[in-house]
Design a protein around this ligand. Structure first.
Ligand code: UFG
Length: 370
């Protein structure tokens, strides 16, 4: 895996700033061959969903360029993507707010489309550091879109979130449901969706797919890549896996008094490989059509916290001790997708089961040292 250059916001931006030797070779060696499959730049490509999407795209013959600042991703993932795919891909270490680095990336590697994953994504943190979220997510996306416009890249697949809906009035949630985000993170996703919609409407962007993720879990079946949260995980599946590994004595189940069959909260968990494959379907649509589509990516089925615990125990044979705690502030009783629009517009449906999600999450969690 070759890191072509490093670039950080706020550093001196001299002509050769941060470039390493491989750049010259890449300039001469990389020439555009229009007969080949499309080349796609993945911002945040070393992260949880980005790394799985990279693997799927490589398997399906796309040329992939990763861009990541590694603020929330381990560099080791690069080598493991290569191990799974057998393909060495170019990597650019840069912050999406660094427009010069983006422009350089696009001129070194002309691409047909961008999949934009890079963002701050922790709901709780977004309420503590709202300006950081506005800066990285919104300013970063403005700079990315500006760099794309400068070099004439006009197709984008955008990582959005079910967080844009806020507290749903009705489940399953359709894309027509009102968007009332209840935290800064969800608000930034909605603002970014609006920016992309405006650019498509005004013709600056030719084609876009906005993907609203529900609750991504699981890992690549090889166990080589998966979710790697820093610190104590806030999300259910990684925390549950750590309980199964005895890193925590028990799972705290936040609330058993919701108006759901067993009283615990219901969510639409989706296997990250299904999600990664959905990006390829969305990409195909974006490369072949104009306009914008906005779709939910979920399975359409909700599972409660206690159902997920039972499924995990059945799939892995591991006990997950738990204790009922008060509700977590800001949580809703249930949130699951109407997944029919993605099926209609992208011809994609999730196929993996809750058992697959638990088994693959556990394989990744219990992995031996790399
Ligand atoms: N939960 C527990 N114990 C835990 C963690 C979570 O009981 O230790 C419960 C929550 O109360 C909730 C469910 O497990 O009922 C799922 O919680 P997560 O934190 O895993 O996920 P959320 O649904 O709260 O949020 C996730 C993402 C957000 C995204 C949202 C979209 O973290 O980024 O889905 O629906 F916006």
């Amino acid at each position: 895996m070759t890191v072509f250059w490093r670039s950080r916001v706020g550093t001196d931006r001299g002509a050769n700033d941060g470039m390493v030797g491989e750049v010259a070779r890449s300039h001469t060696g990389e020439s555009r061959n229009l007969g080949q499959m499309a080349r796609i730049l993945l911002t945040g490509g070393a992260g949880f969903i980005g790394s799985h999407t990279a693997v799927v795209l490589l398997e399906r013959g796309y040329n992939v360029v990763l861009l990541d600042d590694f603020s929330n991703a381990d560099r080791g993932v690069l080598e493991r993507i290569q191990r799974i795919s057998g393909i060495e891909i170019p990597v650019i270490e840069a912050d999406i707010r660094d427009e010069l680095a983006l422009t350089r990336a696009f001129s070194t590697f002309p691409v047909d489309a961008v999949i934009h994953f890079a963002a701050k994504k922790a709901v709780g943190e977004s309420e503590v550091e709202p300006l950081l979220y506005l800066d990285v997510n919104i300013v970063g996306t403005v700079r990315l879109l500006a760099a794309m416009q400068r070099v004439g890249v006009s197709r984008i697949v955008f990582s959005s979130s079910a967080a844009v809906y806020g507290e749903p009035e009705i489940c399953p949630i359709t894309e027509a449901a009102p968007a009332h985000p209840t935290n800064v993170y969800g608000r930034t996703k909605l603002v970014m969706e609006g920016m992309i919609t405006d650019l498509v409407r005004t013709g600056a962007i030719q084609s876009a797919a906005v993907l609203r993720y529900f609750n991504p879990v699981g890992a690549h079946p090889s166990g080589l890549i998966g979710e790697d949260p820093r610190g104590v995980p806030a999300n259910l599946m990684p925390y549950l896996c750590q309980v199964a590994r005895r890193r925590h004595p028990f799972l705290r189940v936040f609330g058993d008094d919701y108006p759901t069959p067993d009283g615990s909260g219901i969510r639409d968990y989706i296997h990250v490989m299904d999600l990664a494959e959905a990006h390829e379907f969305a990409l195909r649509r974006t490369l072949g059509h104009g306009g914008i589509v906005t779709v939910n990516l979920g399975t359409g089925t909700g599972y409660s916290v206690l159902q997920l615990v039972a499924a995990f125990e059945a799939a892995t044979g591991k006990k997950v001790p738990y204790s009922i705690m008060p509700r977590r502030p800001g949580d809703v009783a249930e949130c699951y997708a109407d997944a029919s629009l993605a099926a209609e517009l992208l011809q994609w449906r999730a196929t993996r089961t809750i058992e697959d999600m638990c088994r693959d999450a556990w394989r990744w969690e219990s992995r031996a040292a790399f």
